[in-house]
Design a binder for this molecule. Structure first.
Ligand code: BGC
Length: 521
């Protein structure tokens, strides 16, 4: 059988230019877009365990929780309105990422980020002052619209600004800022829950205005990317900009390639229809399955509902919020490991190692919860060692995700799509991700109530499936210049049958730009 993995490094172009302080600062500001996404992921789970918040908006959940104290723990949070509070955001993000892709292309990345920041600000404001459930949901939807814009424009912006040699690390920088956003939210929930008057949840929700302001102001001061300027006909500005970003005078070759990339992309009239061509079957498959599997790891059960989950398995409210902080720290730390290792150990190794690690942890957590709670959901007295074992294995699970499927779920799609389908394929990846984030958020509490500890085995099944998929179907993309990416499919035991020699007579002519041509087509 030909290599399951892939081919060795190719020879890309080497454009002059450095990781200048200017581009570094610019990218840090832009990565704040990840912060608003992460803040949201982390904040909702915490506020939904705050008693004053439940009493005000979800009284029936609170009453059930009180009444069920010694009975079935699995079902105490099962409420469609409560899940709607969490998941409405992702539905809105799914819708707005489609609109955002047009704005990003026609009006530039900066403006798209600005819209993102403003919408997000409005959502945070309404949530912070919410008086009724509808205000919470409207606020969450505005946040979701904001995230749709930010998630569409920020990764593109980063890819276009970064010198190509640093693109992998900068791409994971976005994931890192998501993880930091989650952690900040967890820490704030922990402290705000202690506020005496019971209005701490307002600070938690309204606090999202801070990252919103950062990205709003940031988008006003950030320069537009050379790619986006060329695309909108401002070639002189684009060249001056490129010189400033790269910190060298001689940017001619890269500039020429960017212009050529823009020309090529303009020739493609039907990117969506293009995507259905046989030669793009591997790309289309990855665009759908990678985000699907990323969400079916079950990670967001932990990210959204860690405090709920911990309180379900017997932790007091304070300990539950503290445990969420601990998993948040692990998430950030393990993402850093991935930045370090992704170009050394390769994507496949991380995917497979992460898969095995998550699988073992899911089995142990299911066994622990099953042993104590059984199917009745009544645990009796819980010993301390038990809590420690559960938190420990959840942390190991989070680490496994954070250096594999977390960052790679975004990085791999972004590096395998050739220019002519990039925008269309990327919006599929974003939409599938949001759709399954929504579904997991929406059905988790009901599933916990019905599947009980078996819920963890449900996700474990998918982890097995996704690891087998990676083993057989994902070629290694480490150290392969984007313009030579077609080689990995050509030499792959399965995907080679979809790629004809005629498809790419001189290497990958669609890219041919040293991977710099991230364009909207
Ligand atoms: C995922 C999110 C997840 C986060 C956790 C991201 O890559 O897309 O759904 O909550 O990682 O850090």
């Amino acid at each position: 059988m030909p290599a399951v993995g892939g081919i060795g490094p190719g020879t890309g172009k080497d454009y002059p230019g450095n990781l200048t302080p200017f581009v570094t600062v610019t990218c840090i500001v832009a990565a704040m877009g990840g912060l608003i996404f992460g803040y949201d992921i982390g904040i909702s789970g915490g506020v939904t365990t705050m008693t004053p918040f439940l009493q005000k908006f979800f009284r029936s959940v609170w009453e059930k929780k009180e009444a069920d104290k010694s009975k079935n723990q699995y079902c105490q949070y099962d409420s469609p309105t409560l899940t709607m509070f969490t998941s409405s955001l992702y539905l809105a993000a799914l819708l707005s990422s489609i609109v955002a892709s047009v704005v990003t292309r026609k009006l530039g990345r900066k403006l798209s980020m600005l819209f993102g920041g403003l919408l997000f600000f409005a959502g945070a404001l309404i949530n912070g002052f919410a008086k009724a459930v509808w205000m919470l949901i409207v606020g969450r939807m505005l946040l979701g619209f904001g995230i749709g814009f930010a998630n569409q424009s920020v990764p593109l912006y980063l890819s276009e600004m970064a010198p190509y040699r640093f693109r992998g690390a900068l791409n994971i920088g976005f994931q890192l800022s998501i993880a930091i956003g989650i952690l900040i939210a967890n820490v704030l929930n922990y402290f705000f829950a202690k506020i005496k008057g019971g209005w701490g949840w307002r600070l938690s929700l309204g606090g999202a205005m801070v990252p919103a302001l950062i990205i709003t102001v940031g988008s006003l001061v950030l320069p537009d990317t050379p790619n986006s300027l060329i695309e909108r006909g401002q070639t002189e500005d684009a060249k001056a900009n490129l010189r400033r970003i790269r910190g060298v005078e001689d940017v001619d070759e890269e500039f020429k390639d960017l212009v050529a990339a823009s020309e090529t992309s303009k020739l493609v009239e039907h990117p969506w229809r293009n995507l259905l061509k046989r030669k793009y079957r591997p790309h289309l498959t990855m665009a759908i399955l990678i985000p699907f599997f990323q969400q079916l790891t079950g990670i967001n059960v932990i990210m959204f509902y860690a405090p709920v989950l911990f309180s379900t398995i017997g932790f007091k409210d304070d300990a539950a919020l503290m445990s969420a902080v601990i998993t948040g720290v692990v998430n950030v730390g393990a993402t850093v490991v991935s930045i370090y290792g992704v170009d050394k150990w390769g994507r496949r190794f991380l995917f497979l190692e992460g898969g095995v690690q998550m699988l073992i942890c899911q089995a142990v957590v299911a066994a622990c919860i099953g042993a104590k709670f059984g199917t009745s959901g009544n645990p009796g007295d819980l010993p301390k060692w038990y809590a420690i074992v559960v938190v420990l294995f959840i942390c190991i699970y989070v680490a496994g995700f954070a250096w594999s499927w977390g960052p790679l779920g975004w990085l791999v799609p972004s590096e395998i799509f050739p220019l002519e389908i990039r925008s269309a394929a990327q919006s599929i990846t974003v939409s599938v991700n949001m759709l399954f984030t929504f579904l997991v958020a929406q059905v988790f509490l009901t599933m916990l109530c019905h599947l009980k500890f078996g819920l963890f085995l449900f996700f474990a099944f998918f982890v097995i499936a996704m690891s087998i998929f990676i083993y057989y179907f994902l070629p290694e993309t480490k150290s392969i210049p984007i313009e030579e990416m077609n080689q990995v499919w050509k030499s792959h035991w399965y995907w080679s049958r979809f790629i004809e020699d005629l498809d790419y007579p001189n290497g990958d002519m669609e890219m041919g730009k040293g991977g710099q041509g991230v364009k909207e087509v």
